[in-house]
Design a protein around this ligand. Structure first.
Ligand code: SF4
Length: 512
């Protein structure tokens, strides 16, 4: 074990380094599974290019901490006392507790040097004493992680396998099982036989990246990059290079296939034959055809008509999609906090084309108990216009209305009648148009059409944070921000619908 003086302590998120040593924690391994590049940048990147974590990430961390403390408080435990991120001191204090045979040890540190400049550092949320044999006597420990997530995702399981691996070296004996405690599913036993080999592969790859200082290529995937502190840096690089990860339909596995065919640029894909691509693993004719058109639309910065291959190109686009236009139309958007199982806002923009009015109706639950009341207010409004189509973007609104109907025992025939008026514009747009956008979410599409949100940084995650801040502080400016954002979403949906009507009426012959 290294001496304490050899450790350089830094108050950073994950990578703890001295000039020659690498402290590879379970947190680093967890991040590596999500993005190897992030781990590389955390160690070797220019810290000036990091941005501070978004509010939503802070909220997730806080929620996770509260959840962990709640679970821990269900039974007595002891914690090692050591300076924050002083892994050697933490490991010494934890080992002393294990040696004493303490039943439950929370936030312990396990540490082993590998001899190649890397120290493995594992911080399981809980170490639980079990019958068995270890270097200390007739007991041993098994690791447990407490997670906010609902499912035992593979990256959670890999972290538990890592704890078990380091713990085996510390106590001289393998624990039979590692455990996850999940918020909704409860206790879950991780199958070490299945997960340990996977963990070792990931660990090996992570160590190579760090030791050989190999910078992984940028690959923007919004689901994982949006909350990353390197996003602005990586996105600027990707945009500058017109990286293919910004082209909808290019997934990491398809990207590998495209590179193998020497299709590395937008231009090369735009002139490729779909036939050349369709036999690649993970493609098929529809994907191949759409990808080539997507590259053309992006290069030409224009919308391209897209028809299903089964339909005749001579059939007008408008008749291929059900897109009602009525004197009165409703544009609907929901704000919800799925973690709390709460729908706190139904926003409806009522567009009266004859009267030339657009009136926004927000039904906002200022407190959790008001969810049922605003649900009824929403129903009362939509039934005031029984023939008006209800436009929304993505299936979430329809799914949520179904769930609320069940939750509040709204008669099913009323819900069915209501849902028959719903029109999902995301489904309609993607069915007939290929757009020069990086994703087919509402924001990129509406922005391409020239729509601007009054608060450019607002999004669904930020709305959840605002609602949380309102509940905590009682400051109504947070509610006002939510209403502004939701109204803009409704207006953006309206703009997309109007554009789609015009586009389909142009009757453009589809590309062959
Ligand atoms: S922004 Fe994306 S690609 Fe860049 S480091 Fe973060 S997760 Fe990785």
């Amino acid at each position: 074990m290294p001496s304490q003086t050899s450790i350089a302590l830094q108050s950073v998120d994950s990578v703890e380094t001295s000039s020659t040593e690498i402290w590879l924690t379970d947190e680093i391994l967890f991040n590596y599974q999500r993005c190897p590049r992030r781990v590389f940048l955390d160690r070797y990147g220019d810290r000036q290019q990091r941005t501070s974590p978004p509010d939503y990430l802070r909220k997730l961390r806080q929620d996770s901490y509260v959840h962990q403390r709640e679970v821990l408080s269900q039974a007595p435990f002891q914690e090692p006392n050591y300076p924050r991120r002083d892994w050697v001191a933490g490991a010494i204090a934890t080992t002393a507790l294990m040696q004493q045979g303490v039943d439950r040890i929370a936030n312990g540190v396990l540490q082993i040097p590998l001899g190649n400049g890397i120290h493995l550092v594992s911080c399981p949320d809980l170490l639980v004493k079990q019958p068995g044999y270890s270097i200390w006597g007739d007991w041993l420990y098994a690791p447990t992680d407490i997670r906010l997530g609902k499912r035992p995702k593979l990256d959670y399981q890999v972290a538990v396998a890592f704890h078990t691996y380091v713990l085996a070296a510390v106590q001289g004996m393998w624990a039979e099982t590692g455990w996850l405690i999940l918020r909704q599913r409860g206790t879950y036993a991780v199958s070490l036989v299945d997960v340990l080999p996977r963990m070792e592969e990931i660990l090996q790859s992570c160590m190579e990246t760090l030791l050989q200082q190999q910078e992984p290529e940028v690959f923007i995937t919004h689901s994982r990059c949006d909350l990353c502190h390197w996003f602005s840096h990586c996105y600027t690089l990707a945009q500058g290079d017109r990286h293919l990860s910004l082209l909808p339909g290019v997934t990491p596995s398809r990207y590998i296939q495209l590179k193998a065919l020497q299709l590395k640029t937008l231009e090369e894909i735009a002139i490729a034959s779909p036939k050349q691509l369709e036999s690649l693993p993970g493609f098929g004719f529809q994907v191949a055809q759409r990808l080539v058109k997507q590259a053309q639309a992006t290069l030409q910065n224009r919308a391209i008509a897209h028809t299903e291959s089964s339909l005749s190109p001579t059939v007008p686009l408008l008749s291929q999609i059900e897109l009602p236009t009525a004197d009165i139309e409703l544009y609907f958007d929901i704000e919800a906090a799925p973690e709390q199982n709460l729908v706190y806002l139904h926003g409806v923009l009522v567009v009266d084309r004859l009267a030339q009015t657009e009136i926004f109706h927000p039904f906002l639950a200022e407190h959790q108990v008001a969810e049922g009341k605003v649900w009824n207010q929403f129903l009362e409004l939509v039934w005031r216009y029984p023939h008006a189509p209800i436009f929304h973007f993505c299936p979430y609104e329809a799914q949520t209305v179904k769930q609320l109907g069940e939750c509040y025992s709204t008669p099913s025939h009323l819900i069915e009648a209501l849902l028959s008026r719903f029109v999902d514009l995301h489904e309609r747009v993607t069915r007939v148009a290929i757009l020069p956008v990086e994703s087919y979410a509402l924001k990129p599409i509406a922005r391409w059409l020239g729509f601007n949100w009054r608060d450019s940084a607002a999004n669904g995650a930020q709305s959840i944070c605002w609602y949380d801040q309102w509940l905590t502080t009682g400051d109504r400016t947070h509610l006002e921000a939510i209403l502004r954002y939701n109204e803009d979403d409704c207006r953006a949906t309206h703009q997309v619908k109007d554009w789609l009507v015009q586009f389909t009426q142009l009757d453009i012959a589809p590309f062959s």
